[in-house]
Ligand binder design. Sequence first.
Ligand code: TRP
Ligand code: ZN
Length: 469
Amino acid sequence: MRSARLSRVALFTVLLLTVGTTCTSSGGRPGEAARPGAASAGDALFPALGNRGYDVAHYALTLDYVPETNELTGTAVITARAEQPLSRFSLDLAGLSVRDASIGGTDAEVSRKKNKLTLTPAHPLRTGATFTTTIHYSGTPKMITDAGGGVEGWIETDDGAAALGEPTGSMTWFPGNHHPSDKALYDITVTVPEDYTAISNGELTGMRHKGSRTTWRWHMGEPMAGYVATVVVGSFDISTTTTTRGLPVYIAIDPDEVQDSPGMTELIPEIIDWASSRFGRYPFAGTGAIVDHLPDLEYALETQTKPYFEKAPDETLVVHELAHQWFGNSVTPSSWQDMWLNEGFATYAEWLWQEDQGDTTADEIFEAFYDGTHPESEGIWDFPPARPPSAGQVSDSPVYGRGAMALHRLRETVGDRHFFAILKTWTKRHRFGNVHTSQFIELCEKESGMDLTGLFETWIYSKEKPNLA
Ligand code: TRP
Ligand code: ZN
């Protein structure tokens, strides 16, 4: 009894000492036993996604891609903080093979099951410890058909590839905590044959030729959710400019789409300037767009700083994807259930743009959605926008159209002055953070001084088509 207790104390001391040498550590309840981090972020719609027990601060991804064979070789260096005493932890990774992994420079035990990569450090990690995990991996990255029927993940194009990660596709090209509640900074370095362009999020910080290959270095210096991380490889015409406030703009257009994309270099800064006046300061250090040629994809994605378009986009789609930089990318839902905070807002941004351009008022668009004459209004009463019933429905029309209608009703109820103040406070208060719908409702009530329970109950939580009294 006594000796057993003694040896446990001795063991604990040894663990503390060993971990202390490889990691900076602080806090943690003394004596709390190390245990595995949960292999789920607890998302109601996507329970298999994400991991707990740690919080990623930074991903350094060094990738080598051969377009001819679609082979990817990667090193992921992930800096994270243990949020509990960790005996082991998991990361999301689909396909690819892991050669080895180390934590704090010491080999870690690697195991794979479904889309989880589990690493066991040589010694448990203490709460508060910052640790660096290095993973070497390679293979042919795969495409995923998601629950909604869309294609995502690593997608080959006619002249390269595009990595698209909403809602789960980022796990096909790098191991990580792929739930939107764990955002991090990124440095993404991609080596491709010299006649290819490799684009990613953030700023281009370097380009180096070596032999017949070119290395492109991209730095994403503000927090990013994994689902809007991207790498796009192909042939591109590059143009750069700045917004009125001097924000760098980087635009890449596939030669096959150049003819159909006139004026992108003027349009992007114009939209950013307009959106900044409506939603508050643009959150990131740069902006732009990637116009690829992948027409079968049939969707665009708000990849951070440079939204991805599968073909030459029309103006309102550019507005939509750039609006996501504020709503979705900077202010990110804590769970996929709250997707309307992305799509309802980006859709309403389209209505506001059209109104400010003098085309049609937001009210006219609202009416066309309400009476079903708007082409995007199909199916908008199928379920309440803040309650998508399944994973396959997070990108369905109620989340977009009826979400936007809810914002329009809010605007009518509180008036323009309060409405735009709410949008600006929302983007400022939660810049680079994660949010729940309840926080939005609270803000609206505080700003307007009104009880808005009924309004939100009717427009985002109830199934029935509301009466317009
Ligand atoms: N977010 C994209 C947009 O608004 C659409 C989209 C693409 C999407 N793939 C998705 C939404 C998967 C939800 C889930 O343009
Ligand atoms: Zn959208």
